[in-house]
Design a protein around this ligand. Structure first.
Ligand SMILES: [Zn+2]
Ligand SMILES: [Zn+2]
Length: 246
């Protein structure tokens, strides 16, 4: 059975309990993970080390993979003690915000578009951040690699993710051994995923579900992976590929 490596519960901004998530995902023939937000900078997230400890205590009572979605721009992942880090079956990193060259933090969801910022310059900064993320953040998976600020979502992904930018991103993930998530929620374009596969980057499937209708929905990501030649048994499996660096 394939794994939905990325889904949320009421421990952060999801609406399902852990039990409900497991029931819904398992009913779809998919193995469940809980991967709640662990970040000081996401509303409703696990904000403290103590909260993360309670979260892991609870997840260990269930038959479910224990993931966590950490924000690159937030410091909580740096403060995570090794004993807690080791209790995750897999850790996911997200660029929910990036640092612009002028030091400003640009949030994908919350920030207004800075006046005068050229989309192509933003993308250069985004890929700079992605490279720093891959080199420095101890995670197994990059969540939704094509998530970008709201203001850019009307532009075709291929015009923002130019081939040289895709190349840099994929090389950074390959060097670090970080998997590329095919998100059902922020769907990547084929060319980027194909480039990741060709570079030997492992592919992970994620619903990024927050509701009963969304969790476990990985048919679209799975079909895309299969079409690009990635068999089910090559997909990221927390049991086999989790715990980068452990
Ligand atoms: Zn996310
Ligand atoms: Zn998420």
């Amino acid at each position: 059975m394939v794994v939905d490596c990325h889904a949320h519960t009421t421990f952060s901004d999801g609406v399902l309990s852990v039990e409900q998530l497991i029931a819904h995902v398992t009913a779809l023939g998919v193995r469940p993970s809980v991967a709640d937000h662990c970040s000081g900078d996401v509303r409703g997230a696990l904000h403290t080390i103590e909260a993360v400890r309670n979260y892991l205590d609870e997840l260990e009572k269930h038959d479910v993979f224990r993931g966590g979605e950490f924000c690159w721009h937030d410091s909580l992942w740096r403060d995570l003690p090794d004993d807690l880090a080791a209790r995750f079956t897999h850790r996911i990193g997200s660029l929910h915000a990036i640092f612009l060259p002028n030091g400003l933090v640009m949030h994908a969801f919350a920030s207004p578009w800075p006046s005068g910022l050229d989309p192509q310059r933003y993308m250069d900064a985004h890929v700079d951040n992605l490279e720093q993320f891959a080199a420095g953040m101890p995670v197994d998976i990059l969540a939704h690699p094509t998530l970008l600020p709201m203001a850019l979502r009307k532009m075709p992904l291929e015009e923002l993710w130019t081939e040289p930018r895709e190349e840099r991103a994929v090389a950074a993930l390959a060097r670090a051994g970080i998997a590329f998530e095919i998100s059902n929620r922020y769907r990547p374009h084929d060319r980027f995923v194909r480039r990741a596969v060709d570079a030997g980057v492992r592919i992970s499937l994620g619903s990024d579900g927050h509701t009963a209708e969304q969790v476990g929905r990985i048919a679209w990501p799975r079909e895309l992976a299969a079409r690009l030649g990635v068999a089910d048994d090559q997909l990221f499996d927390p049991l086999v590929h989790g715990h980068r660096g452990h």
